[in-house]
Design a protein around this ligand. Sequence first.
Ligand code: GLC
Length: 453
Amino acid sequence: MPYQSAEEILNDSILYYRGEPVGTRAACDPKLSAPNYEECFIRDFVPGALLFLTRGDYPIVRNFLWRVMEMRAQQPVMSGHMRATGLMPASFRVVTEADGEERLLADFGELAIGRVAPVDSAMWWLFLLWCYVRVSGDQVLADDPRIQECIVQTLNLYLKESFESSPTMLVPDGSFMIDRRMGVYGHPLEIQALFYGTLRIAQQLLHQTPETARLQEILHSRVNALRSYVRLYYRMDRQRLNEIHRYQSEEFGYDAKNLLNVYPESIPEWIDDWLTPGSGYLVGNLGPSLIDFRFFAQGNLLAVLFRLATEEEAQELMRLYEAHWDTLIGEVPLKICYPAVTRKAWEFVTGSDPKNVAWSYHNGGNWPVLIWPFVAAARLAGREDLAERVLAGFGERLLNDRWPEYYDGHRGSLIGRRANFLQVWSASGFLLAHDLLYHPQRWKTFQKMLFED
Ligand code: GLC
């Protein structure tokens, strides 16, 4: 029953442009919490697209890839500022003109709350391009000069030198799944995991020509530097915590150990008991005198999928989930970040955002869509037991609650206060997770889309 209901939501959500499927709307709820949920968000389409691909249903993904690429030309001048062509829209809609003609209308964040630029869109687009080519065998699409040019423009934007002193990518607050102010500016893990995937895919898809030789060189060194950096500095386990606990600070010169000058006094109180022996994760963010110790699920799970995390780190992550099943998985999986910021910290970090109060929405809420990267990561780590456990009763619960967007509370037991119902990625995330675990052929196809270590 839940499977069938989720299928119906996914089918109802398909957007058509001149008779062709081009994507899926974010929610089918007739009472939406914001009007842009009618649109196809690039990131929200991902679980549905992966599902279509594992089922051999290619046209919708192919159309999506073309159309999104073309929509880059619609980028407006924002606050008098003309941005690079490598940026892709956050979302788009199909509009019917007065003369009955259909048109695609993209939003690059100029309509979104907080006017945030979607840094992750082009990264997800490239990931879907890679998955599509791997699974369908349609190399002709990847070889098309327009697609090749698009990859180059994306790389030119994403590899542009700025003021970073590390191989990670510097981004503004709210430029990815967490698209509101949440103290995630700087070098958030989710973007670094996606960036790593982007660079590895570009290495594979970009043609080797004299014009791209320099870009290939940059790609090569950046991929290696990024991997080593994240594995070294984002890792958190008992041993690393001990090291930081005993750090010297204010070190000058080449022999410094505490390169980012992190003060041990900044270690939050909750982490000592919480970080059980044998468990570990990658921290949320890093900067000068900054470790954001918060645990962010999506970044950690994507790091496992893209093999940015080592096998050992994947095992540690699964042990962390096991040790904290009640809080990190809860009644309805999965917690987006832990712990929530409360009181004064909430005022300061979120700008007193009522949607992001403690244990709600992005601030410690539970998001059903995160079930698919969890199931995939658990399978890659050989922890099918946890994948089964997370899915047990999940579909029934979501069906009963009408497929909410998110849940609130310490254990994710309350339907999100301002959550949409019939949220499409809650449904497609469930379908994908289910198939990855219970459909061996689809799991095999899915594995083709991942890279080797
Ligand atoms: C919210 C989420 C964002 C998602 C959008 C549409 O803004 O934070 O990640 O893409 O809703 O579902």
